[in-house]
Design a protein around this ligand. Structure first.
Ligand SMILES: Cc1cc2nc3c(=O)[nH]c(=O)nc-3n(C[C@H](O)[C@H](O)[C@H](O)COP(=O)(O)O)c2cc1C
Length: 419
């Protein structure tokens, strides 16, 4: 076997933590918590299966740091000490099977449909309306920013106390930290806006608040965009985002995971096909859009699906175009997410020095034993990038909703006595 063919199973260090392999489960908003954000049996079971499959690192779906930062109805929270005991049930289940798990911490900022979560006010870096949802946030005062920074720190402390092996700052995909980085969504002229350095200030303060609670040795990683993908708007290009990542490395993050796009970008984050996705969306989160937007989407859905299928056609490792800019500037591990489906593509990405590790989302929804199947070369239910799961995002538990693939998954779990 050529050396490059074993790279995926070579250990990697993130901060002080050694992981046995380089294919991770990335964040997928699990939507399995109770209505008030507490951990449920259903949520624990989701992670237990991933750990049983030998997944070297599991990153949770985004966890809200405050009620105001919540983006979906059954999202889990780390906003209060009374959540710690439930969160500990997750880490105990994962550790019992030898797994490792990081908590992804998030505040959604303007990227929310207020009626979907019952939000009364939406805040962001600046008052820039979201073109997809029509949500217009209010620009935050400096004291409000300081309060959110503190909430991230406290949420990280709770996650560490609950036994998580690390945390991930969600600074990608147009959520609040990403809204501060991007000039299009950050029009501030105070210490948090203007220059590239100042636009990273919020993320640096969040990191500082986290470090002050968890210490220097606890792994803290960040998810960032490799490109903002905001044509005709003032979004960031790969070199600019890589420079922001360099600033975050200097400030003390232990690894960076590279994604792409804001919600306003369309679907570059989850390439594939979009017919099932849009149909499911209309019954879920988009049912809560303002009436004009909802009607427009309903009427033009087939056209939007057709255009999306052309624009964001699926391909393997689709964010690898951006990672060279990051690899050139950083010494910490660079993780690439997006479209990894076959062992050959994953091995090649690492062997070519495009990234140090890869992560995957939808393949693990289709097959919680994806890592084991890739490692052993055995077949399992295979994600077909239909994005039915994305359509149900926030409204139904994150799972595979492709009829055939889901049937294969259910049959596999039933055969293993895990159904
Ligand atoms: C159902 C679903 C939920 C997601 N939730 C999150 C999330 O909570 N946080 C996040 O950073 N990315 C989230 N993503 C994006 C994934 O992390 C990942 O970037 C994307 O699915 C592309 O990777 P893949 O091709 O391996 O699925 C989600 C994706 C899906 C499909």
């Amino acid at each position: 076997m050529a050396a490059s063919e074993t790279l995926l199973f070579t250990p990697i260090r993130i901060g002080g933590l050694e992981l046995p392999g380089r294919l991770f489960k990335t964040a997928t908003a699990e939507t399995r918590a109770s209505a008030d954000g507490f951990v449920t049996d259903e949520l624990v079971a989701f992670y237990r299966l991933l750990a049983m499959g030998g997944t070297p690192l599991i990153i949770t779906g985004n966890i809200y740091v405050s009620r105001q930062g919540k983006s979906a109805p059954r999202q889990v929270g780390a906003d209060h000490d009374d959540k710690i005991a439930g969160l500990a049930r997750i880490t105990e289940a994962v550790h019992a099977h030898g797994g490792r798990i990081f908590a992804q911490l998030n505040h959604c900022g303007r990227q929310v449909v207020p009626d979907f979560v019952g939000a009364t006010e939406v805040v962001s870096a600046s008052a820039v309306k979201d073109l997809l949802t029509g949500t217009r946030p209010r620009a935050m005062r400096a004291d409000e920013i300081a309060a959110i920074v503190d909430q991230f720190g406290e949420a990280a402390r709770r996650c560490r106390d609950a036994g998580f092996d690390g945390v991930q700052m969600h600074s990608a995909n147009g959520y609040l930290m990403s809204q501060f980085l991007t000039p299009y969504t950050n029009r501030r002229d105070d210490d948090y806006g203007g220059t590239p350095e100042r636009r990273t200030r919020f993320a640096r303060e969040v990191l500082g608040a986290i470090r002050s609670r968890v210490g220097a040795d606890f792994p803290v990683i960040i998810k960032m965009n490799g490109a903002d993908a905001l044509p005709l708007r003032d979004g960031l290009a790969p070199a600019e985002l890589a420079e922001a990542a360099r600033i975050m490395e200097t400030a003390g993050v232990d690894a960076v995971e590279i994604s792409v796009g804001h919600y306003e970008s369309g679907f570059p984050m989850v390439r594939g096909t979009f017919d099932l996705c849009l149909r499911n969306m209309m019954a879920g989160s988009m049912a809560h859009l303002p009436p004009v937007r909802r009607t427009l989407l309903r009427v033009f859905r087939p056209l939007v699906a057709f255009a999306s299928n052309l624009l964001w056609k699926g391909r393997e490792g689709f964010n690898l175009d951006y990672t060279p800019d990051f690899k050139a500037r950083l010494t910490i591990p660079v993780i690439s997410v997006g479209g990894f489906r076959t062992r050959a593509t994953m091995e090649a990405a690492i062997a070519r020095g495009l990234c140090d590790a890869v992560s995957a989302g939808r393949p693990f929804l289709a097959d919680p034993f994806f890592y084991q199947h890739i490692r052993d070369g055995t077949p399992g239910p295979h994600c077909v990038d239909c994005n039915a799961c994305v359509g149900h995002l926030g409204a139904q538990p994150a799972d595979c909703y492709h009829p055939r693939v889901r049937a294969e998954k259910d049959a596999m779990l039933a055969e293993l006595g895990l159904g």
